[in-house]
Design a protein around this ligand. Structure first.
Ligand code: B12
Length: 211
């Protein structure tokens, strides 16, 4: 069954957030993953719910408290469904948001979808200083480094820093900020904008670095 085949689960989640009903919110999220699986729950339930709460937030129908409750519940659900146990044969991705970028939910989603495809992931999360990402790359030695950002200038104004990271591992840029990158930088790649497409693309093109 697809998420569309039943009462709109994104709507149910949004309604629960609107009532600040944390119990209903968390159990609806849990049920969506159980029922539809990780990928469909992320792409067809969680992302639409986030988009709609963004619209309701912008129009003033809902406030930051509703958005925070929903974001926290989604982050917890994504983390609960994740496994960070390294597997010897898996490709490894290190994921981070650049400095001042707080939108880290897409990072958690990309991590979980990659894990579904057998990858190991190391997630640094929101607003990570460039030197810290560089140090983590030296320590973890992943096959790829994935950076996610929404703020328009997050990558375009920092291509030197991004290029320095690419000396340690191929860098893949995701999220709305990646569409603002016009310059070519060696070993820096822009992912497809759709999250699920980006994960499929990575799974196809990113070869193990330490094979
Ligand atoms: C939740 C949220 C927050 C939370 C973030 C919580 C968290 N831990 O992530 C908090 C409250 C922190 C926040 C803060 C802000 N936010 Co905000 N936020 C949102 C909201 C409601 C959902 C974001 C989200 O996770 N969406 C789910 C993702 C997956 O969907 P998406 O962003 O559309 O991404 C698509 C693609 O770009 C791609 N993708 C995105 N990222 C990545 C990453 C990778 C690796 C890949 C492969 C793909 C990918 O996947 C999606 C399609 O499949 C959006 C509304 C919206 N439309 O999304 C606003 C939104 C993103 N926020 C916005 C704004 C303006 C802000 C603030 C500036 C508000 C303020 N005045 O303080 C701050 C900025 C903070 C900062 N410095 O980064 C604007 C952005 C406008 C813009 N173009 O810059 C939006 C669109 C709201 C709006 N309608 O105005 N926000």
């Amino acid at each position: 069954m697809t998420p569309q085949a039943v009462v709109d689960p994104a709507r149910a989640i949004l309604d629960a957030a609107g009532r600040l009903d944390q119990v209903a919110l968390r159990s609806s999220l849990d049920a969506a993953v159980d029922q539809f699986g990780v990928t469909a729950a992320v792409t067809e339930v969680m992302i639409p719910a986030l988009h709609r709460i963004g619209e309701d937030w912008a129009s003033g129908r809902l406030g930051v408290m509703h958005e925070h409750l929903l974001s926290r519940a989604i982050a917890t659900e994504l983390d609960r469904r994740s496994s960070y146990e390294p597997t010897a044969s898996a490709r490894t991705a290190l994921l981070a948001c650049p400095p001042r970028e707080l939108h880290d939910l897409p990072l958690l989603m990309a991590s979980l979808l990659l894990q579904e495809r057998g990858w190991s992931t190391v997630v640094l999360g929101a607003s990570t200083p460039w030197p810290a990402i560089g140090s983590a790359l030296r320590t973890v030695r992943p096959d790829v480094c994935i950076l996610a950002a929404t703020r328009p200038t997050a990558f375009a104004a920092n291509l030197t820093a991004v290029g320095q990271l690419a000396r340690r591992a191929p860098v893949y840029l995701g999220g709305p900020a990646s569409t603002r990158v016009e310059q070519t930088v060696e070993d820096v790649h822009v992912l497809p904008l759709d999250l699920a497409d980006a994960v499929t693309y990575l799974d196809t093109v990113a070869l193990p670095a330490h094979g």
